[in-house]
Ligand binder design. Structure first.
Ligand SMILES: NC(=O)c1ccc[n+]([C@@H]2O[C@H](COP(=O)([O-])OP(=O)(O)OC[C@H]3O[C@@H](n4cnc5c(N)ncnc54)[C@H](OP(=O)(O)O)[C@@H]3O)[C@@H](O)[C@H]2O)c1
Length: 336
């Protein structure tokens, strides 16, 4: 019997790897997109593309019922669509939380028989760890997100916990890197041009995961017997921002001038960015939210439950994942 998986946000960085990973694992893939979505990485003819409008429960119900009547009723649903940048708090909550609630309602309304619903949350929903002790964040710690993105993801998690009557699993991945990702790419580009900047400190402690390892976790979680559980996701290593930049530099063979932007100047950049965003309705590169994340010094996370309960073993560290990533950018003429 073939397994069918519906993946929302299939056109994005993580979504496109999830669709590819699902096909490789023998799933029939339904790729949830918008009419405006870029389909560059969704060209495999085995994929069924499905336009979804998360703003309306009725529209979602009709779309999901359509799948049922055409024999494409999914056994698994990965709700990966979401926004990581927004100008306003309400935009984060609208897309990340309310849309998740609409999807849950539509699933219930058309009585979709899901074997599992996986929600792509974020480590931001946990909030940073203690900077003095540098003890990694644990899943048992009470969540205390410090910015709107993390708060909206936590709100979405609460909706799932309180309203879903189907089996679910929630993943809170740390920063994900890999080919055709957009945020870390800004740093790769600066380093390739000889500039190695740090905001506030080069010693921010962080966790990371290579995209293929995240895909591995997703399918382990989907196929495991474990239900109604939440996991932090990283490759389990501790990296400093300096270590990350050094690994990028070494993979690129770049020589750089390194400098640290002090806190006061960083805050001035935030104020300027926020003002610019209000005037021109653009999302600032360094928003208050991004600053709240970057200025925290402990983004380590304890992934022992992921290893012990789901049997996850990462295949990559930054020393193996970054060279593959940077080669992709170079092959696509996006880096020198
Ligand atoms: N990247 C990370 O480091 C990271 C870490 C932890 C968690 N996450 C989570 O992982 C998920 C995917 O992130 P990503 O890095 O792959 O981001 P991405 O490349 O920006 O992809 C986001 C996806 O969500 C879709 N989407 C956004 N707004 C939507 C809306 N209003 N209606 C329908 N679809 C919408 C996008 O569709 P369009 O292509 O049409 O815009 C796109 O397919 C997000 O939920 C994010 O919060 C990411």
């Amino acid at each position: 019997m073939d397994k069918k998986v519906l993946i929302t946000g299939a056109s994005g960085f993580i979504g496109s790897f999830l669709t590819e990973g699902a096909l490789k694992r023998g799933y029939r893939v339904i790729a949830g997109i918008r009419p405006t979505s870029n389909r560059q990485y969704l060209a495999d003819p085995r994929m069924h593309l499905l336009e979804m409008d998360f703003s309306s429960v009725e529209s979602l119900t009709t779309t999901l019922s359509g799948l049922q009547s055409t024999g494409l009723s999914p056994d698994f649903l990965i709700h990966n669509a979401g926004i990581t940048r927004a100008r306003r708090r309400e935009d984060f909550f609208h897309v990340n939380a309310e849309f998740t609630g609409n999807l849950v309602q539509a699933i219930e309304k058309c009585d979709l028989k899901l074997r599992k619903f996986l929600f792509m949350s974020s480590l931001a929903a946990s909030g940073p760890g203690n900077e003095q002790t540098q003890v990694p964040i644990r899943i048992t710690d009470p969540p205390s997100p410090v910015e709107n993105y993390g708060k909206s993801k936590l709100a979405a998690e609460q909706i799932i916990r309180e309203t879903a009557r189907f089996p679910w699993i929630i993943l809170r991945p740390t920063g994900v890197y890999g080919p055709h990702e957009k945020d870390y790419y800004n740093l790769y580009r600066m380093i390739s041009r000889g500039v190695e900047p740090y905001l506030i400190t080069p010693d921010q402690q962080m966790s990371l995961i290579y995209i293929e390892d995240l895909v591995k976790v997703v399918f382990l979680a989907l196929e495991s017997q474990i239900e109604n559980a939440v996991y932090l996701v990283s490759d389990g290593n501790t990296y400093s921002s300096r270590q990350f930049s050094t690994a990028v530099k070494s993979a690129l063979g770049a020589r750089t001038i390194s400098f640290t932007v002090p806190g006061l100047i960083a805050r001035m950049l935030v104020t300027f960015g926020e003002l610019q965003s209000r005037l021109f309705h653009a999302t600032p590169l360094l928003s208050k939210d991004k600053y709240a994340i970057i200025s925290r010094k402990n983004w380590l996370c304890d992934v022992s439950p992921l290893k012990d309960e789901l049997g996850f073993q990462p295949d990559f560290t930054i020393d193996s994942g970054l060279p593959v990533t940077l080669e992709w950018y170079r092959n696509n003429n996006l880096l020198k």
